[in-house]
Design a protein around this ligand. Structure first.
Ligand SMILES: Cc1cc2nc3c(=O)[nH]c(=O)nc-3n(C[C@H](O)[C@H](O)[C@H](O)COP(=O)(O)OP(=O)(O)OC[C@H]3O[C@@H](n4cnc5c(N)ncnc54)[C@H](O)[C@@H]3O)c2cc1C
Length: 367
């Protein structure tokens, strides 16, 4: 396939979140690329700071950066539009307002909340998008709920609970379907987190499958229920709707890539970040901002290689599911660090300072 059909290789990037924005930042310094971003939002958002925002620790400005000035500085065009479908034969993306041709397509539309078909769950609060997080914080400030239930005890659920527990006046419960907190991380980290949360007066409910959510409470599959005035759903993600409609190889619904982070069987389509299934040499990449950033840098270098006709270099997964890395804020200016089976035994200020510095400098680099 002749990839380059004009002087510059036209790279259309779908999704200006952590992966897409970091790709632009790195690709902008390379020769031979014309960069076009398709993203309906007007800000780059650092989701890692949503729990801090929910807890009232920071404002919107500290966790977002405006996209248009950033794109201008990068020499990239920003189409404030939503991609709807792709014609892979004609190499054309159809958006709500525009159609555009590409030489290379980079798909980084991320993921959306998964409610697993639980009745009423879509009406619960979430902190998966900026809009939803702002809505949740406003509700807390206005209604001052006495009882809050957080569903899901991955890093996001646990951080949410820690920030909420730091605010006086609410009784917080965390609900987990599996038999331990942080089920995707090590058993040591689950034991540590249970101790931390209990110390904060949080009610920990493990082995509890939510069967429905209604106004005023949560019902469980075992017939019991929990009364609460606010439910925040943090349990699970699924691919962005765009991905569901694309006729491309997938695994469990995620875009399946090869070792160069191209969609399998396609020379002209790359995919990475939360929307992709990246499994190389037996290592499956975690869906984290940290991993998406490294994938973005690698893809930018491979795009530059394509532009000058050089061979691509394979990617090697850094944060894999068998040895996950996590920095989890535990509120009150402290955090814990987890790497595989290892975790620091008590929350430390220095770890929170480090995590906060990483997250905030992520936002600053786009300003
Ligand atoms: C509350 C929360 C806390 C987190 N904390 C951490 C943390 O502490 N550390 C960490 O490493 N990771 C964390 N993560 C995960 C991290 O945010 C994601 O892994 C990362 O954002 C993935 O980057 P991405 O570019 O693939 O997707 P995103 O950053 O989600 O960006 C996807 C973008 O694509 C756009 N898009 C979607 N569909 C279309 C379309 N059809 N057309 C055009 N654009 C589209 C969206 O508007 C969005 O801007 C957290 C996530 C959440 C929700």
């Amino acid at each position: 396939m002749d990839l380059k059909r004009r002087d510059l290789l036209r790279v259309v990037v779908v999704g200006g979140g952590i992966g897409g924005a970091e790709l632009l930042r790195n690709a902008a310094t390379k020769e031979g690329l014309e960069l076009v971003l398709v993203e309906p939002k007007d800000r780059i958002e650092c989701q890692a700071l949503y729990p801090d925002y929910l807890g009232g620790e920071i404002g919107v400005e500290e966790m977002t950066a405006p996209l248009d000035p950033f794109c201008r500085r990068m020499g990239a065009a920003h189409l404030r539009d939503r991609a709807l479908r792709v014609d892979f034969a004609d190499r054309r993306v159809t958006c709500e307002k525009n159609d555009l041709d590409y030489d290379i397509l980079v798909l980084v539309p991320g993921a959306v909340q998964n409610y697993f078909g639980v009745e009423g769950a879509e009406k619960a609060f979430t902190i998966n998008t900026l809009e939803e997080t702002v809505r949740a914080r406003r509700f807390i400030e206005r209604a001052r709920p006495e009882r809050i239930a957080v569903i899901g005890s991955g890093p996001t659920g646990v951080e949410t609970v820690c920030f909420l527990a730091a605010r006086p006046g609410s009784k917080i419960s965390i609900v987990e379907m599996m038999d331990r907190l942080l089920p995707t991380l090590s058993k040591n980290s689950s034991i540590l987190m249970e101790k931390i949360l209990s110390g904060k007066g949080v009610e920990v409910l493990t082995g509890k499958r939510v069967s429905s959510i209604r106004e005023g409470g949560v019902a469980f599959a075992d017939g019991t229920s929990l009364d609460c005035e606010m439910t925040i759903w943090t349990a699970g993600i699924r691919p962005a709707p765009l991905i569901e409609g694309l006729d491309l190889p997938k695994k469990k619904g995620w875009l399946l890539t090869d070792q160069y982070l191209r969609v399998q069987g396609r020379e002209d389509v790359f995919a990475f970040g939360d929307g992709a299934w990246i499994e190389i040499d037996g290592k499956l990449a975690t869906k984290t901002g940290m991993e998406a950033e490294i994938q973005a840098k690698h893809t930018a270098r491979n795009l530059a290689r394509l532009a000058r006709g050089a061979p691509l270099k394979p990617y090697s997964v850094r944060a894999s599911t068998d040895s996950p890395v996590a920095l989890i804020s535990t509120g009150c200016g402290c955090a814990v660090g987890i790497y595989g089976d290892l975790c620091v035994p008590i929350p430390k200020r220095i770890i929170y300072t480090f995590k906060s510095w990483i997250d905030k400098s992520f936002v600053k680099r786009f300003k």
